[in-house]
Design a protein around this ligand. Structure first.
Ligand SMILES: C[S@@+](CC[C@H](N)C(=O)[O-])C[C@H]1O[C@@H](n2cnc3c(N)ncnc32)[C@H](O)[C@@H]1O
Length: 211
């Protein structure tokens, strides 16, 4: 497999390692201790949150790009929604999570690298994804970096496609502008802590009509 970047593609393993609620939480705790600002949560997304995120993906066609998948709580819900693991590209910074993901989801294309620098990991943008789903702790990054990742991700989705973000804030990670729309799509109580789903899209191009 040839990569356009210095990210590391992990081969999916034939057998998944032991995986369950307790192991998943332990792995999360380990990563939180290793990189507190990057993991930025005590627990993985709940099934309710993960399903609500997967429900925002507009169709089962094409590929999905997942940023910051962690232990794969949202990945699992995307697959349950009808998109096979082989059509999901997952970019995860933490090597332990990346290794665990490739064992847990055979066929998943896991890239261990920095999802805040998509050009470096994925190369030049092409509109090949149906949606981008992000569990990145965007709010912990400077506003310029948030713009950069959302804009780059939106250049990789089909026209009108979404950048779907988990958040614990009622305000968007970047303010709505003439270029990008931000919509609070859902509030999920059954998550610890309860959280929001924000959806960002390119504003439709306005054409001048005749008077
Ligand atoms: C809050 S956890 C969410 C994990 C998972 N999506 C979930 O909902 O349970 C944030 C995840 O983003 C990953 N992450 C943070 N910064 C990253 C970066 N720059 N590139 C790739 N992954 C990153 C962390 O390692 C962690 O897996």
């Amino acid at each position: 497999m040839r990569l356009l970047s210095d990210a590391t593609a992990l081969p999916s393993r034939a057998r998944a390692p032991q995986f369950g609620g307790f192991y998943e939480r332990l792995e999360f705790l380990r990563a939180l201790i290793d990189h507190p600002a990057r993991v930025s949560a005590l627990l993985p997304s709940s099934p309710a949150m993960a399903q609500a995120i997967a429900a925002q993906i507009p169709s089962n066609d094409g590929q999905v790009l997942e940023l910051g998948p962690g232990t794969g709580a949202i990945t699992k819900a995307i697959i349950a929604r009808g998109i096979p693991a082989s059509r999901i590209v997952a970019i995860e910074y933490d090597p332990g999570f990346a290794d665990l993901l490739s064992g847990r989801f055979p066929g998943l294309y896991v890239l261990q690298g920095d999802a805040m620098n998509l050009a470096r990991v994925l190369g030049t943008p092409r509109r090949s994804y149906t949606a981008v789903v992000s569990g990145l702790p965007l709010i912990n990054f400077p506003i310029e970096a948030r713009y950069e990742v959302i804009e780059d991700a939106l250049a990789r989705v089909r026209l009108g496609g979404p950048f779907i973000q988990v958040s614990y804030r009622g305000t968007p990670a970047i303010p709505e502008s003439r270029e990008i729309m931000a919509r609070r799509a859902a509030f999920v109580w059954r998550n610890l802590p309860p959280g929001y789903i924000w959806v960002y899209r390119r504003q439709p191009i306005k054409t001048w009509g005749h008077a």
